[in-house]
Design a binder for this molecule. Structure first.
Ligand code: ADP
Ligand code: MG
Length: 288
């Protein structure tokens, strides 16, 4: 049975916008030692702007239209931004087939031609030699048409204003280790990690790699410590359930993520997490 004051703790958490789905999770939160986070949508706003268009053997508009049409098979924040940047909206009937490949990008049939859009890994898988050399500040989305490289777009995200204070408060609340797991390029990931002072950054990960890292971090825990994973549910649903405590973003997160999570941050504000840890610790102190 759950001690009565746990309900007070859960109520206290809910008043600051943190939904805790049971007394056992409140008790676990009090013992948070390791906080693992996704980047896009968790530490960053997850709303990208297209900042560069670099066509190869085609026009900027052609490149943008191919990317935007192929991206309709994805609901990733990168996809939404590319589609929003393509004005006027291209004729949807040009697309006849397509699919999203998690952690890689998309593949679609546009104008009867096979269009690929995604990261460098996605080009490698398809034996396409992508452009290199320029080190742009942002995530690169490469495009290929019928096996030929067609250029790239750069999309840039922004770190949330709440991220740095939240990480500082987590450390002050006794969290030993902060880790970012991301599918994005190492260059982008390192820049974010450094700016936020994270203890560890692991980039270029596929959804399965994120699970492997969480398993490893679970093994490295100290006795009694709990591991929290915070994500938006896009490409990280498996790690949400694997962590001791899965925390989902309530506003941006998918319905499936909110369902699978043990704790939900109602307005996507990471700084609510240290507040919840403190409430949990106080509650536990009262109970014991
Ligand atoms: P994160 O861990 O930052 O949330 P994801 O696992 O969601 O990242 O995606 C990893 C990477 O895969 C992205 O940084 C991007 O390079 C690529 N990617 C995923 N979905 C798409 C898409 N729809 N279009 C282009 N690239 C994509
Ligand atoms: Mg994500």
């Amino acid at each position: 049975s759950v001690p009565l004051s746990f309900f007070g703790g859960i109520g206290g958490a809910s008043r600051v916008g943190v939904l805790v789905k049971g007394g056992n999770y409140l008790e676990a939160l009090a013992k948070t030692g390791v906080v693992v986070m996704d980047k896009t949508g968790t530490l960053t706003k997850g709303s990208f702007a297209v900042t560069r268009i670099r066509p190869v053997n085609c026009s900027e508009q052609e490149l943008l239209e191919w990317a935007a049409l192929a991206e309709q098979f994805s609901s990733h924040p990168i996809s939404l931004s590319i589609r929003a940047a393509c004005r006027p909206a291209p004729d949807q009937s040009r697309v006849t087939d397509g699919a999203e490949i998690a952690g890689h990008g998309v593949k679609a049939v546009v104008d009867g031609r096979t269009v690929l859009a995604g990261n460098e890994k996605w080009m490698e898988v398809n034996h396409i030699r992508a452009a290199q050399g320029e080190k742009p500040a942002g995530t690169v989305v490469h495009v290929a048409v019928d096996g030929a490289y067609a250029g790239y777009l750069v999309v840039a995200d922004q770190i949330k204003e709440s991220a740095a204070p939240a990480l500082k408060a987590l450390k002050e609340a006794g969290v030993r280790r902060t880790v970012m797991l991301t599918g994005d390029d190492p260059a982008v990931a390192q820049a974010v990690g450094q700016q936020l002072g994270l203890d560890q950054v692991h980039a270029g990960l596929l959804p399965g790699d994120k699970v492997d890292w969480v398993e490893r971090l679970l093994q490295e825990k100290r006795p009694g410590e709990q591991l929290v994973f915070v994500g938006d549910g896009i490409n990280d649903a498996p790690v949400l359930s694997r962590a001791d405590i899965g925390v989902a973003m309530g506003a941006m997160g998918s319905d499936a993520a909110i369902e699978a999570a043990d704790v939900v941050l109602m307005d996507d504000d990471l700084s609510k997490l240290p507040v919840a840890v403190r409430i949990a610790r106080k509650t536990l102190a009262i109970v014991h």
